[in-house]
Design a protein around this ligand. Structure first.
Ligand SMILES: Nc1ncnc2c1ncn2[C@@H]1O[C@H](COP(=O)(O)OP(=O)(O)OP(=O)(O)O)[C@@H](O)[C@H]1O
Ligand SMILES: [Mg+2]
Length: 246
């Protein structure tokens, strides 16, 4: 079976810095894959490269057999792949529904986009806060609205960059239940989270990166026990960051 997403030897350099250094992996429909690694390892840069926000220095990205590297983000989104932003980038002076409608304009006229927004908000149980200002939302509400906005573009592959960063364990469970329900519908996820509990509970497979390089690709248990992964975390103090969240 052809993977839904295939990344071949992706490199992104900033001046002399190899932020992403020859990363290859694949992702299948209905799969949740976690991307872990210490701060500065290149996770966000890799996400940006996949969705067209960051030009590749070299390498190829295939989405369902089609080359998407070199395309603008809205073109990649139209083909079915989009990402959330690490620090929620919602429009603060718009309502929840307006934020989600804006994203749905990718595939619909205004009337259709409003209808799509209604459908997505209902699906994520956000209808009661549809008219709220984004500025007034709680952290878990913001996380769900970020996801709603991404879902309104009707992706087949959704990249989540630390959507659960500010959440309590109970709030994380709520967001994870939503992600699992979407997975059951065939959506594929790449997930960056520093909360190892969430990553271990949610992901079918993990990719670990350090200094831009892929150092492990396997089941969560295999990757968590991988000597280079343990070394990467202990060496960078990211284990301390995780402990602070626990
Ligand atoms: N636009 C840029 N210009 C120059 N260097 C950059 C740029 N974006 C990222 N970098 C550098 O590339 C490396 C990878 O950064 P990136 O943000 O991808 O890491 P990350 O794994 O997402 O980290 P975090 O866990 O802290 O979010 C870092 O050394 C960072 O300083
Ligand atoms: Mg990042």
């Amino acid at each position: 079976m052809q993977p839904l997403l295939q990344a071949d030897a992706i490199c992104v350099t900033f001046g002399g810095l190899k932020a992403v250094d020859g990363v290859s992996f694949s992702l299948n429909a209905g799969e949740i894959v976690g991307l872990i690694g210490p701060n500065g390892a290149g996770k966000t840069t890799l996400f940006n490269a996949l969705v067209g926000l960051q030009p590749l220095t070299s390498g190829t990205v295939w989405l369902d057999g089609e080359r998407v590297c070199g395309l603008k983000p809205h073109k990649v989104a139209r083909l079915g792949m989009t990402k959330t932003f690490q620090n929620a980038a919602l429009f603060p002076d718009m309502s929840v529904k307006e934020n989600v409608t804006t994203a749905a304009l990718l595939r619909h006229d205004l009337k259709g986009a409003r209808a799509k927004a209604d459908t997505v908000l209902r699906k994520l149980d956000l209808t009661p806060i549809a008219d709220a200002d984004v500025a007034d939302l709680t952290f878990p509400q913001k996380a769900l609205v970020e996801m709603a906005r991404a879902l309104a573009t009707e992706p087949r592959v959704l990249l989540l960059d630390e959507v659960m960063a500010a959440l309590t364990p109970a709030e994380m469970d709520e967001v994870m239940a939503v992600i699992r329900a979407l997975k059951a519908e065939g959506l594929a996820f790449l997930v960056v989270e520093h909360h190892m509990r969430a990553i271990m509970a949610l992901c079918d497979r993990l990719l670990a990166v350090n200094f831009g390089r892929l150092i492990a690709d396997g089941t969560p248990a295999q990757v968590a026990a991988h000597p280079q992964v343990i070394e990467a975390y202990l060496g960078h103090g990211a284990a301390g960051k995780e402990a602070a969240h626990a």
